[in-house]
Every structure is written in structure tokens, then in C-alpha cells.
Write a protein of this length. Structure first.
Length: 377
């Protein structure tokens, strides 16, 4: 069992830099938790505190209810996989995987069983006699995973483990890591700045910015109900489109007007927004929220983006359209059934049920309830 709990944890370095501020987070036993955010947001610091590589400046860090802030790294039942693989170049794959067990003086027969079992699970049995210099990047990463696996830790920590791999290999390694988590039934904590990794791997995601947690939730929660503009902008490719405007009432309908753009909001948001009529707000609409066929009940003539195409970018099955509307550039994702050309004027019906409305100051998502916005259990 490995439940990890941060209670009001702060990390401040001697030079005064505040790396993490008042973190409250409970990681459940056997959960796959992803720490997501840009460089310098505090995610690796959080991971290193779990590993015992960074001290807690203030607050409490517990494993299964026991305080571990003062417990040295080698006495914590954790295994870590680094971005750099950290393999011994002069040792074989077998010896690299076995190294940690030998240091802990496990019997040779037990070491052999564990190493070969891990190699079989990772499909690297045929590489056991090779050295790291003879391996591809993906093979080296599997060796690093195997070295951590054989320890059978209570907590499995990964710090940007796929960032050195090419795009195709990252996809296959995600599947391997997900399968590894399911087979080991161990708590996984994974650090990345890659939203695709977070969305495909996580049971829950912790989105961080400048040492502060912005939102905690399932991948669906984070993507579909972002707590604020930062979260909405960090997830999504291309990034979400933001339109600043004023909230107005047109009969029973609420709309946001910005110059020549007028977007009618769904009835489900009327109660939350009615008291804000006349205020400045920001509307967020994702690139894929175009209803090309006009079949969605949430689209219509009162929820259109009209503008001139500035770019057409084919991406296989779909295409990205750059659209200039009211002096603002936006990107939308559409199918390839229709041909578009630069300079063409288009009307794109938007699925209004998927619009997000954010406070102009502060950036909080007005349509997300306090309970959904809550960042920790």
C-alpha cells in the first residue's frame, strides 16, 4: 500500500526562490497521478520530495499516514526513472537491471528471476547481454523501467521519461507504461510537460503553474471543465481560442459581443451568468468545437465565427484553419471533406454548448462549480 499525502507543503530554496507553495494533495494507493505544467512550475520539485531528494521547507509529507519528511531517500520504498536513463555504460542490460538488487544483497537466484521476469514484461529479453551503447533510445528507456520494476517498490516515480524519444516511439512507450502500471498495481507519480502523455496515462492530473496547483481532476475534468484560463490554454492542440467581450442579454438569450463577433451562450449557463450582464468576460472555444454540419443542437445562426482564412494547414485526416475575425487570429480544426483557400471568407458554426466563459480579471471559469474547481481532496 502507498498512499501519499502533502499537507500545506512549501519548498523554498536558500536563495529565497519559492518552488512550491502550500501544496495539499492526496495520492491514492495504486493511482496513476500525473504532475503537468511548464518548466519551472514545481512538478519535479514535488516528485523529488516524494523521493527524498528534496527537503520539505514547511508542512507535512506522509506515506500511509506516517510522516516521512525526515526519512532519507534510501529508506523510502520508492523507485525512480529519470529523463536521462542513468544507465551504466560499461555494464550489460542484465547487470544494469540487477544493480539495485545487488546493492541490497538479494540472493543471486532471486535476482535472476526478477531480472528475467522484468525483461520478459518489457520485451527486452533478447537484449540482456548488450550494453547501453548498443541500444536505441526506446530500448534504453525500457532498461531504465526494468531496473525500477525489479525493486517492486511501493511508489514508482517517473520524471519526463519519454522526452528524449521521437514522436512515434513516445506513443508506443505510453502504452507500455500504462500496461506496466496495470500489471504492477503500484502507485505511479509521473512528471511531464506533454499534455498528450498526461491525458492518455493519468487517472488524475495535477496542473501546476509557478509552484501553485491550478486544478486537480480526471483527464476529462481537466479538459472539458478547466478551472481557469491557464488550464484551458495549457491543454489542447492548437491552444484554445480566447475572445474578450461584454456579456449582454438579447431577450432570454445571453451572448458575448466583441466588435463584429457575437456568440450566443447555452441556456445551461444562463443561471450562472445572469447576474454578470454588462461585465467584461472572456469566451474560450476550442479548435474542434466547429459544428461543420450544423447538426449539433447547440449551434445556430446566432453562434457563428465569420472571418477571412489566413492559413490552411493539412494534418492528415483533418486540417487547421487560421481565421482572422474582428482583427483577431484564431485556429479551428475541420474535416477535409471541404476545400478551403487562403483569403476565402467563411462562416463557422460553433457548438455553443462547449463554450467556456472566464472572468476577465483573475481568469476563473464562471461555468465551473466551486466543487469542480476544488483543487484537492
Amino acid at each position: 500500500m502507498a498512499q501519499i499525502r502533502f499537507s500545506n507543503v512549501t519548498k523554498r530554496y536558500p536563495n529565497g526562490h519559492l518552488a512550491l507553495e502550500d501544496l495539499n494533495l492526496q495520492i491514492e494507493d495504486k493511482e496513476f497521478l500525473v504532475l503537468l505544467g511548464p518548466s519551472g512550475c514545481g512538478k519535479s520539485t514535488t516528485l523529488n520530495m516524494i523521493a527524498g531528494l528534496e527537503d520539505v521547507t514547511q508542512g507535512s509529507l506522509q506515506f500511509d499516514g506516517a510522516e516521512v519528511s525526515a526519512v532519507p531517500a534510501h529508506k523510502r520504498d520508492v523507485a525512480m526513472v529519470f529523463q536521462s536513463y542513468a544507465l551504466y555504460p560499461h555494464k550489460t542490460v542484465y547487470e544494469n537491471i540487477a544493480f539495485g538488487l545487488r546493492m541490497r544483497r538479494h540472493p543471486s537466484a532471486e535476482i535472476d528471476v526478477r531480472v528475467r521476469k522484468a525483461a520478459q514484461a518489457l520485451e527486452i529479453e533478447h537484449l540482456l547481454e548488450r550494453r547501453p551503447g548498443q541500444l536505441s533510445g526506446g530500448q534504453r528507456q525500457r532498461v531504465a523501467l526494468g531496473r525500477a520494476m525489479v525493486r517492486e517498490p511501493a511508489v514508482f516515480l517517473m520524471d519526463e521519461p519519454l522526452s528524449n524519444l521521437d514522436a512515434a516511439l513516445r506513443i508506443s512507450m505510453r502504452a507500455s507504461i500504462k500496461a506496466l502500471h496495470q500489471s504492477m498495481a503500484t502507485t505511479f507519480v509521473y512528471v511531464t510537460h506533454d499534455q498528450a502523455e498526461a491525458l492518455t496515462l493519468a487517472d488524475r492530473i495535477v496542473v501546476m503553474c509557478q509552484g501553485v496547483v491550478q486544478q486537480i481532476g480526471t483527464p476529462d475534468d481537466i479538459y472539458e471543465r478547466p478551472a481557469n484560463k491557464f488550464v484551458a490554454n495549457f491543454l489542447g492542440s492548437p491552444p484554445i481560442n480566447f475572445i474578450d467581450g461584454q456579456l449582454e442579454r438579447d431577450g432570454t438569450t445571453l451572448q458575448v459581443r466583441c466588435g463584429g463577433i457575437s456568440l450566443a451562450l447555452p441556456a445551461s449557463k444562463t443561471f450562472q451568468l445572469a447576474a454578470r450582464v454588462g461585465q467584461q468576460v472572456t469566451v474560450g472555444l476550442r479548435a474542434e468545437d466547429v459544428d461543420e454540419g450544423g447538426t449539433e443542437s447547440g449551434s445556430g445562426a446566432d453562434c457563428l465565427i465569420t472571418g477571412e482564412i489566413s492559413s490552411v494547414l493539412p494534418i492528415g485526416s483533418d486540417q487547421f484553419l487560421g481565421v482572422q475575425c474582428g482583427g483577431q487570429g484564431m485556429f479551428f480544426r475541420v474535416g477535409k471533406e471541404r476545400s478551403f483557400s487562403v483569403g476565402e471568407r467563411v462562416e463557422l458554426p460553433i457548438n455553443r454548448s462547449r463554450l467556456h466563459v472566464f472572468e476577465a480579471s483573475g481568469g476563473a471559469n464562471i461555468g465551473v462549480s466551486d466543487e469542480s474547481r476544488r483543487v484537492a481532496r
